[in-house]
Design a binder for this molecule. Structure first.
Ligand code: HEC
Length: 117
């Protein structure tokens, strides 16, 4: 392999191995959050996740049946994994091109870090 190819291969491996930012690394701001399930969480999950993760989803596209985010209790149960896949700079969910904007991912991070009120 020539040097350029080797460098590219290494970069790809590094990009794929970026460690997840954990919910434990992302503190709730001292003043708390104004975001709530009603004002933010429900719509964010409905728009970006529930097409595959919803209980009534006809085609889950392989999303595990144990990961439904249809109620606030579901979201709180899974908040560390939701964070690790979709919040802050974590972008492995949703898979595919229809990503929510980064600003929405940081709102999700704040809301989850504050306990998903
Ligand atoms: C296009 C369908 C699709 C959408 C939309 C989608 N997912 Fe997934 N999800 C999957 C599939 C397939 C898997 C199993 C493979 C994997 O883990 O990558 C999965 C697995 C998961 C898991 C369990 C695995 C783990 O890492 O703990 C979590 C949590 C998750 N998704 C969160 C989300 C969140 C949060 C959203 C919305 C921001 C979302 N997903 C949107 C298809 C989807």
């Amino acid at each position: 392999m020539c040097r350029v190819h080797r460098t590219l291969a290494l970069l790809l491996v590094l990009a794929a191995c970026k460690p997840e930012t954990s919910i434990d690394d992302y503190p709730c701001p001292p003043e708390g959050t104004k975001l709530t399930y009603d004002s933010f969480g429900r719509d964010f999950l409905a728009q970006n996740c529930q097409t595959c993760h919803g209980q009534s989803s006809g085609d889950r596209k392989g999303a595990p049946s144990s990961f439904d985010f249809g109620t606030l209790d579901d979201v709180r149960d899974h908040k560390a994994r939701i964070f690790a896949r979709a919040a802050a700079d974590n972008v492995t969910m949703p898979p595919g091109p229809d990503d929510p904007p980064s600003s929405a991912r940081y709102k999700l991070a704040e809301w989850l870090a504050c306990g998903a009120p």
